[in-house]
Design a protein around this ligand. Structure first.
Ligand SMILES: [Zn+2]
Length: 236
C-alpha cells in the first residue's frame, strides 16, 4: 500500500545519484513498513477515524531514514500529505492544500520563536472546517531553517504545544527525554483537536514500531501481548 510518505520516499530515491545506505543492519527490509522482514510491522497497521489531517514538510533525506516517524503518521491518519521541503521550488499542490477552504491549517512550532500575535495554544476550527496540522519533519536546526525560510507559511497561525500538555504526555508515556519525535508531536496535536482515539492509537503504533525496530536491531523477541500491541488489536 502506498501513502504520501512512501510516495515521497520513492521520488526522493529516484532523484538520488548515490544509493542511500541506512545505518545498521543490511538485512532486507520490508518495502511497506521499512523494518527488517522478520520483524515486519505490517500486520499491526491500525485503522482509526480522525477528523484532523496532517501535512508533513520533510527535510531532504528524512523520508529515506528507517527511523523516520512521519511514515507512521501517514499509516494512521488517513488524510496525511507529505512534501519535500524547499525554500523556493514549492510543489504547487502545497499552497493549493493550504488554501483549500475545508481545512484550518496550523503550523506547529514552539511559540517562543514566533511573533506573539501569530501564536495559538488551542485548536478551534469554524463549523465545516477540519484542522490541518503542518509538521516540520526534520532535526531541530533544520526545522528552524525551514520555518524561517518558508514565506508561504508566514500567514498561518502557529500552534505552540504547551509545557503542561507535554509534561502530562511525558508522565503518561514514561518518557525519559525531552525530545519529541514527529509522531509524538502529531499525537499531541490530535489530542488538542479532540481526536483522542487516533492520538492513543498513534502512540501505541509508535511503541509497536519502536519494539519491532529495536527488536530487529538487537535481535530481541517481540511480545505481541504487551500493552501497545494489545491496544492496537482493536483497530486492525
Ligand atoms: Zn512490513
Amino acid at each position: 500500500m502506498s501513502h504520501a510518505v512512501s510516495r515521497l520516499r520513492a521520488e526522493r530515491l529516484a532523484r538520488s545519484t548515490r544509493p542511500f545506505i541506512a545505518r545498521g543492519s543490511r538485512a532486507p527490509r520490508c518495502s511497506d513498513c521499512r523494518v527488517i522482514e522478520s520483524y515486519c510491522l505490517c500486520a499491526w497497521k491500525p485503522t482509526v477515524p480522525a477528523r484532523s489531517a496532517v501535512c508533513l514538510l520533510m527535510y531532504d533525506t528524512e523520508p529515506l531514514k528507517p527511523t523516520n516517524t512521519g511514515w507512521l503518521i501517514a499509516d494512521v491518519v488517513k488524510d496525511t500529505e507529505a512534501f519535500g521541503w524547499s525554500r523556493i521550488d514549492v510543489d504547487e499542490k502545497l499552497p493549493a492544500l493550504l488554501n483549500d477552504p475545508q481545512w484550518q491549517p496550523y503550523i506547529v512550532f514552539p511559540g517562543e520563536f514566533v511573533a506573539p500575535e501569530r501564536v495559538v495554544t488551542e485548536v478551534r476550527v469554524a463549523d465545516g472546517k477540519r484542522p490541518l496540522f503542518i509538521l516540520l519533519d526534520a532535526t531541530w536546526p533544520e526545522a528552524r531553517k525551514m520555518f524561517r525560510k518558508s514565506p508561504y507559511l508566514n500567514h498561518l497561525p502557529v500552534l505552540s504545544l504547551q509545557p503542561e500538555q507535554m509534561s502530562r504526555y511525558r508522565l503518561r508515556r514514561s518518557k525519559r527525554d525531552d525530545h519529541f519525535c514527529t509522531a509524538e508531536v502529531a499525537a499531541l496535536c490530535l489530542e488538542l483537536a479532540e481526536d483522542q482515539q487516533a492520538a492513543a492509537v498513534l502512540d501505541a503504533y509508535l511503541d509497536v514500531f519502536s519494539a519491532h525496530y529495536l527488536g530487529a536491531k538487537f535481535q530481541l523477541p517481540i511480545d505481541p501481548d504487551d500493552a501497545a500491541h494489545t491496544h492496537l488489536k482493536a483497530f486492525l
